[in-house]
Design a protein around this ligand. Structure first.
Ligand code: ATP
Length: 345
């Protein structure tokens, strides 16, 4: 078990900069999710940590030691990638203990370790099966067990659950997190799924165009996004272009928003308000006035779309708290100032 530090990591492919200026400190035993849209550099960063790609500049340290010159197989890593590559001609137990066999560990020890890991992944007694006799989720667990056989210092996973259907994927997210907590192994997972990252991570690292846009605890990323990119990528949000009026008031189009003060700046300003923080209220009771354009009743939640000065804002509520409105109706929206985040970029 070990901590990881990335110091000013940069990766160029020819003239293209895939990863730039990445600084990250991962405490021992924590679970980090590298999150971001396709092409933002997540996999490239993970591959550099694994030693499958060499950084153009910067340092990668495990336990304070620069591992740049150390080849992949000596970095003491456990790796699970999107394509599982379990060996089809071996049994489940043989797959799990493969790395031990290569290292000349005795048969008895191999068997004991395989049994221990099968217990850990909730598949006791499955050791003699072939891979083809397993479901997708079970294969995924075996791939995880195989990667953990040598008790690695660092556990690296690239989109490990993306081949699974939605329900199984959600279950496996919880399972993977519980397993990681039990073992206390420093773990880094690449994902483009923000819900997955929020479920599993101690630390979410949001990347965009090769750079870290924000790295923080899941709730902090959600509640205090650093910029519009993060606010928009993590969950749904309303992004309102706002400006400071002549009397210092906050204006959204020609409408005033009370209780929110804007900084003095020459950059454009955006107000981020989560749909669950935006409340539909009766006329004259709220800060913004608009017209209902659509109501989506999803059973567990109700989404109300309200057009305000040319933008469509979304308010989400539970059915019990809903205010009955119809399309075309004029309403007001209340924005609790404490839940509004002013973003300067
Ligand atoms: P995805 O979620 O689609 O896997 P990602 O965030 O993991 O995306 P990377 O695979 O790290 O993205 O790629 C980052 C950028 O670097 C992309 O624009 C990609 O085309 C480019 N890239 C990756 N590997 C190479 C390579 N070997 N040669 C040239 N460009 C590359």
């Amino acid at each position: 078990m070990s901590g990881l530090a990335l110091k000013n990591i940069r990766k160029e492919f020819g003239s293209f900069v895939a990863v730039d200026n990445v600084e990250l400190s991962v405490p021992q035993g924590s679970f980090v999710c590298l999150l971001g849209p396709s092409g933002c550099g997540k996999t490239t960063l993970l591959r550099m940590i694994a030693g499958l790609e060499k950084q153009t500049s910067g340092e990668i340290l495990i336990d304070g030691q620069d591992i740049t010159g150390i080849p992949t197989h000596k970095r003491e890593l456990g790796m699970v990638f999107q394509s599982l590559a379990l060996f089809p001609h071996l049994t489940v137990a043989e797959n799990i203990s493969y790395a031990l066999k290569i290292r000349g560990v005795s048969k008895a020890e191999q068997q004991a370790r395989a049994e221990e890991l099968l217990e850990l992944i909730h598949l006791p007694g499955y050791g003699d099966r072939t891979v083809s006799q397993l479901s997708g989720g079970q294969r995924q667990r075996v791939a995880i067990a195989r990667a953990l056989a040598l008790s690695p210092k660092l556990f690296l996973l690239d989109e490990p659950l993306s081949a699974l259907d939605a329900k199984l994927r959600e279950d496996m997210q919880v399972e993977l997190r519980q397993l990681q907590q039990k073992l206390g192994i420093t773990t880094i997972v690449v994902t483009h799924d923000q819900r997955e990252a929020m479920t599993m991570a101690d630390l979410v690292v949001v990347m965009g165009e090769g750079r870290i846009r924000q790295s923080a605890k899941p709730v902090e990323i959600y509640r205090k996004p650093a910029d519009t990119f993060v606010a928009d990528f993590i969950g749904a949000t309303n992004l309102l272009p706002v400006r400071k009026g002549n009397e210092g008031q906050t204006l959204f189009g020609n409408q005033k928003i009370d209780g929110v003060s804007l900084p003095e700046t020459s950059s454009s300003l955006t107000l981020s308000v989560r749909p669950e923080d935006l409340h539909v209220v009766g006329l004259e009771n709220g800060a913004l006035r608009g017209t209902v354009s659509f109501v989506r009743d999803l059973g567990a939640t109700v989404e109300t779309f309200v057009d305000v000065v040319g933008e469509t804002l979304t308010a989400v509520t539970t059915p019990r708290e809903r205010v009955e409105v119809s399309v075309g109706q004029e309403v007001c929206l209340h924005l609790p100032p404490e839940n509004c985040v002013v973003l300067t970029q």
